[in-house]
Design a protein around this ligand. Structure first.
Ligand code: SAM
Length: 291
């Protein structure tokens, strides 16, 4: 019986067997710590009936631990050099399917329909390539896939921004975008030493549980996110000034009245507004400015 992939010895042996050289441009930092992997799998609450989508299996360190617990694992890997490696390392598991595809270009909806059963609990679990963390997470959230949640290893700094609460320095449009679709929590922080090669930044495991209903009612989702982004254009400026800058100085009086109507002090900064306040603000702006 082979040892687990995610041990320093076995990982080195696999890399040597295939003469594999890491591509920094693909965010290749492989996990070599079983403890961390077990924590990721349990944060995702993977059970014998769970379907898992993994992004970037690498040489299969996380995939293997998922395959031991889940009903089925479907993994997207962009690097063609890893496809034969994975066929080898994951050969003991008959519940894994590797798809050679850039996840950003993949039709994940279609893959879910083809690979999983209706009503099956589906989780996305990954040690994400850090160069595309945000685009991947936003794609998964915005496409409103039939998944229960996402548990991912990402840069600590991005995890903190995503899970940030109003009034903190990390809170911004990314926090609101993610928290509109999901509840967000940092499960643990992770030292650089659990990766080969070691990344330059600290990492954390982020858990996003998809909301059944959005937390606020919106007149127009696109306009809501436009208002949020506009409010954070210059973080040090007041919400009033950021809104004027975005919607036009000729709207001075209207914007002032709208803020008063929403009971939002114009001298506040965007980072102090809750998602509920942003919803009220964008709904009121929408009715008054967009009609
Ligand atoms: N899961 C492995 C582990 O934990 O050891 C590897 C994680 S490594 C941080 C990221 C992986 O994502 C690499 O295998 C890389 O080739 C792959 N990758 C990078 N960009 C990708 C993309 N756009 N779509 C799918 N896979 C990608």
């Amino acid at each position: 019986m082979n040892k687990d992939i995610a041990t320093p010895l076995r990982t080195r042996a696999i890399l040597e067997k295939y003469n594999f050289s890491f591509k920094k441009s693909l965010g290749q930092n492989f996990l070599i710590d079983l403890n961390i992997l077990h924590n990721i799998v349990s944060a995702a609450n993977v059970q014998s009936e769970t379907g898992v989508i993994e992004i970037g299996p690498g040489i299969g360190a996380l995939t293997e631990q998922l395959a031991k617990k889940a009903k089925k694992v479907v993994a997207f890997e962009i690097d063609n050099r890893l496809i034969p490696v994975l066929a080898d390392t994951l050969s003991p598991y008959n519940n894994v399917k590797v798809i050679h595809h850039d996840v950003l270009k993949a039709n994940v909806h279609e893959v879910i329909q083809a690979e999983f059963e209706e009503q099956q609990q589906i989780m996305v679990v990954a040690n994400l390539p850090y160069y595309v963390t945000t685009p991947i997470l936003m794609k998964l959230l915005e496409e409103q896939l039939p998944i229960q949640g996402i548990v991912v290893m990402i840069q600590k700094e991005v995890a903190e921004r995503i899970a940030a609460k109003p009034g903190t320095k990390d809170y911004g449009s990314l926090s609101i975008a993610a928290q509109y679709y999901a509840t967000a929590k940092t499960v643990m922080t992770v030292p650089k030493t659990v990766f080969v090669p070691q990344p330059n930044v600290d990492s954390a495991v982020l858990q996003l549980m998809i909301r059944e209903q959005p937390p606020v009612e919106l007149k127009d989702e696109t306009f809501f996110f436009e208002t949020v982004r506009a409010s954070f254009t210059q973080r040090r400026k007041t919400i009033y000034n950021n809104l004027l800058h975005h919607f036009g100085r000729d709207k001075k009086e209207e914007i002032s009245l709208i803020l008063t109507e929403c009971q939002i002090d114009p001298s506040r900064r965007g980072e102090t507004l809750s998602i509920e306040e942003f919803a009220l603000l964008s709904n009121t702006l929408y009715s008054k400015l967009k009609k």
